[in-house]
Design a protein around this ligand. Structure first.
Ligand SMILES: Nc1ncnc2c1ncn2[C@@H]1O[C@H](COP(=O)(O)OP(=O)(O)O)[C@@H](O)[C@H]1O
Ligand SMILES: [Mg+2]
Length: 618
């Protein structure tokens, strides 16, 4: 229960609703727990006028005792029964009005309970679901701001499952337990209060204690099973994460699965995981469902005790019936509270998984006192920069280089040498493990992330498009661009012609991740975005690798325009793009081993020459 309290802060404007819900819950619980047995206790003696505590059949006969002479039969004759009934009827003092009034008290209690119970349930859910909505958004917000390295450490499918399935479990916990949380304890307290008062009035302390002795006994299995349940519930959610992860991986590799005939293998892996899930889910069901029946059995012992005691204490029937009523009323809360404990435990298990995200540190964030900038020229400098991906071996080792504003700087080197990593440090996709990366002489970590990234355009090897129209996908480059500017950018990137040829032109949807356009088209759209952004720093990471030679020739022209006056980091495996660079950095095993122009490096650097010659030969 305590686990959920901190989230009350997401209630926002719903405090009044919560207070009202609590009030309704209390009314509902009291009316049922105390009101019902009380009414039985008050009304029954008025209706059953002969109530003397004797068994009913004896009571009917009592006025005629001793038995009529000559007859020793214990059973009354029909005539005697009729006579007894007549006497009872004759002894009635209530008017029809009164008796109707008394009789209606019970439906009245149930009506009150129904209305207040409904209101309690509805208002509690209103608050609970509202809190959950806020929690979901908070979770998503956190995921937007977590650094890229977080997504490297955590599997997408599992994160997805936390966002959907775990929040769903918490929501179920809240909605199913929200009303019980107030109504059941209040009902229990009301009924116990009635039991106490009635037992003491009829000097039956023993009766009271006997009927209540079962409560602590009920707590025991709840505790014991709760611990087991928490572990299983957590494992259950973890497995759901695994399944979601397996599926998301499989879907994104749909082509590979078919090409390599991996269908059966994939099904096998999936089946093994679901089988494991099946076993865990059965355990969860076992632990969460065993609670309420066992509490039921224990609670029925209370009734047995009170029956036994009532016999010796010589209680009247109406007192006994009201006590039985109170015990019966206790029954449901005890059962429900047991189940509630199970539900809360499951909710807590999911909440733990949600909190792992909520409490993850946003290691790449705005500084406390950012340096204010309006525009940057784009002079880059790396000063003794070291970098390693999450405790792995260093990928960049003591890299120092300065790139003046307006330089077209090409990064070359064997694959895995650290070129992409180097470029990723500029927009702070990752932070250097040691040393500093600066822009215009300002440490990038001293700038607001938005200020820094606003001045950088990135085109990657596999640009991702959103499942939206081409037009909206281009607008991502600059949200306030006009229709004319968007079209101009598309022309500059040699994308306008193919866009115009599409049936819906700029309003064609590109499909999930841009699956409905070709790789080369996707890259030209990504370049058009960069044209629109018109940022002083441009990072092209193998941005032209997916182009066929015809579009590449066109793109070369486009790039020549795009790069004018900008600081450009260009990583390309085609040397045709690189030859024109004003500065070339040669990477090898995480270090810059040489820099210079094409002519200088071709003459003086063996690695560069071998890379270049190999491609020319190919
Ligand atoms: N997200 C990542 N997590 C862990 N290691 C990575 C990651 N990205 C790249 N690496 C490793 O860092 C090294 C440099 O990679 P990268 O900078 O992409 O090389 P290049 O772009 O020169 O081919 C490689 O050994 C690669 O395996
Ligand atoms: Mg790379």
């Amino acid at each position: 229960m305590k686990r959920f309290l901190p989230y009350l802060r997401y209630l926002k404007g719903r405090h009044v609703a919560l207070a009202l819900a609590l009030l309704c819950g209390a009314v509902s619980g009291l009316v049922y727990g105390y009101g019902l047995p009380k009414v039985i206790n008050e009304v029954f003696p008025k209706i059953f006028t002969d109530d003397t505590g004797q068994p009913a059949t004896t009571a009917l006969l009592k006025p005629s005792a001793p038995p009529a002479t000559g007859t020793t039969a214990l059973a009354p004759t029909p005539a005697e029964q009729l006579a007894a009934k007549e006497r009872i009827r004759a002894g009635r003092t209530l008017s029809t009005r009164e008796i109707v009034g008394y009789a209606l008290l019970i439906p009245l209690i149930f009506l009150l309970r129904a209305v207040s119970g409904f209101l309690n349930n509805y208002l509690m859910s209103y608050c609970g679901i509202g809190v959950l909505e806020a929690l979901r958004v908070e979770l998503y917000r956190r995921l937007q701001h977590l650094p890229l390295s977080y997504f490297g450490r955590n599997r997408t499918g599992d994160l997805l499952s936390r966002l959907t399935s775990d929040t769903q479990v918490v929501q179920q916990t809240i909605t199913s337990s929200a009303s019980d949380l107030v109504i059941q304890p209040v009902t229990l307290v009301g009924a116990i209060y009635f039991l106490a008062v009635t037992s003491l009035k009829n000097d039956g302390v023993g009766l009271f204690l006997a009927s209540l002795a079962v409560v602590p006994v009920c707590v025991f299995p709840v505790r014991l099973i709760g611990k087991k349940l928490l572990r299983r519930a957590q494992e259950n959610q973890r497995l759901l994460g695994d399944i979601s992860d397996l599926a998301s991986q499989n879907f994104s590799a749909a082509r590979e699965v078919r090409a390599f005939g991996l269908e059966e293998r994939e099904i096998g892996i999936f089946q093994a995981t679901t089988r494991h899930l099946f076993r865990i889910q059965l355990k969860v069901v076992r632990y969460s469902q065993v609670l309420s029946p066992s509490i039921e059995v224990i609670a029925s012992l209370g009734i047995a005790f009170s029956l036994y005691y009532a016999y010796y204490a010589g209680l009247t029937l109406s007192v006994f019936v009201s006590i039985l009523g109170a015990l019966f009323v206790c029954y449901e809360p005890m059962k429900k509270l047991g189940g509630l404990h199970g539900q809360l435990t499951k909710g807590a298990a999911s909440l733990n998984r949600i909190e792992e995200i909520l409490q993850a540190t946003v290691s790449i964030a705005d500084p406390a006192a950012p340096v204010a900038v309006t525009s940057l020229r784009g002079e880059l400098a790396f000063d003794h920069v070291t970098f390693a991906y999450q405790n792995g071996a260093p990928v960049l080792r003591d890299v120092s280089v300065s790139i003046p504003a307006g330089t077209i700087c090409a990064l070359v080197g064997p694959s895995g040498a650290g070129k992409s990593t180097f470029a990723n440090l500029v927009p702070r996709f990752y932070d250097a493990t040691g040393g500093t990366v600066s822009i215009d002489g300002i440490d990038t970590r001293a700038l607001r992330l938005a200020d820094l990234r606003r001045h950088i355009a990135v085109v990657s090897q596999e640009p991702v498009l959103f499942n939206d129209t081409i037009f909206n996908n281009l607008l991502i480059g600059r949200a306030d661009a006009t229709r004319v500017e968007v079209e101009q950018a598309a022309r500059d990137a040699f994308a306008h012609d193919f866009i115009a040829a599409l049936p819906q032109g700029y309003h064609t949807k590109v499909g999930e991740r841009g699956a409905l356009v070709s790789g080369g088209q996707r890259q030209r759209l990504a370049l058009a975005r960069a044209f629109l952004r018109n940022a002083p720093v441009l990072i092209l990471d193998e941005a032209t690798s997916a182009l066929d030679s015809e579009s590449e020739a066109a793109i070369q022209l486009a790039l020549k325009q795009l790069v004018v006056g900008k600081t450009v980091l260009i990583i390309a495996h085609r040397f045709s793009t690189i030859r024109d660079a004003t500065k070339i950095l040669v990477f090898d095993q995480g270090q810059i081993v040489a820099d210079g122009t094409h002519a200088e490096l071709h003459a003086g650097n063996a690695l560069y020459r071998s890379l270049y010659d190999r491609q020319q030969g190919a």
